[in-house]
Design a protein around this ligand. Structure first.
Ligand SMILES: C[S@@+](CC[C@H](N)C(=O)[O-])C[C@H]1O[C@@H](n2cnc3c(N)ncnc32)[C@H](O)[C@@H]1O
Length: 158
């Protein structure tokens, strides 16, 4: 077990370091696979790979098995519920929704441990920010505004 030393009020404490990575919207699980394969293997981390879609969770299980990874824990929940259930436990949180990520930020803050790394991607930001007006209307039922404020408006489309 990996131990790290911490000092508090002049006293030294040893703590077990077992990082938890949460990929809350994992889809095909490719990011979790990268975490699992590319992080130092002597650290006993685990990756919770979650998606609300049953077929995505099937893909998470299949792709983890295909890559011979046993650190990935598949989960099928609403990301908001999963993050609140893991309150104060996550060392890394990875968010990559289709729409704006705002909906998930409060729950992510709840799940974050002190010093947590929060990684946020907006897969569809170009569309939300007005580059593809027709696609945005088709996907989100909203007309984006392609302007210097486009990203600001895009954050309000879910
Ligand atoms: C943009 S994809 C994620 C792509 C993935 N991060 C990657 O790099 O390949 C967004 C995923 O979020 C899932 N999703 C949407 N709403 C969700 C929710 N409330 N909770 C959990 N997953 C959700 C969708 O099923 C979809 O698979």
């Amino acid at each position: 077990m990996k131990e790290t030393k911490h000092k508090l009020n002049g006293n030294e404490y040893k703590m077990e370091f077992k990082p938890i990575i949460v990929e809350a919207l994992a889809a095909s699980v490719l990011r979790s696979i990268r975490y699992a394969k590319e992080l130092p293997q002597d650290i006993p981390f685990k990756v919770i790979a979650n998606d609300i879609s049953p077929s995505a969770v099937e893909a998470i299980k299949r792709n983890s098995e295909y890559n011979k990874i046993d650190r990935i824990i598949p989960s099928q929940k609403d990301a908001v519920i999963l993050l609140h259930e893991n309150s104060g436990k996550a060392d890394v949180i990875d968010l990559d929704p289709y729409g704006a990520p705002n909906l998930f930020l409060d729950a992510a803050m709840s799940a974050a441990k002190n010093g947590c790394l929060l990684c946020v991607t907006c897969t569809d930001m170009a569309c939300l920010a007005g580059t593809h007006v027709g696609a945005c209307y088709a996907k989100y039922g909203s007309m984006p505004w392609h302007s210097s404020n486009g990203h600001e408006f895009g954050l309000r489309i879910h």
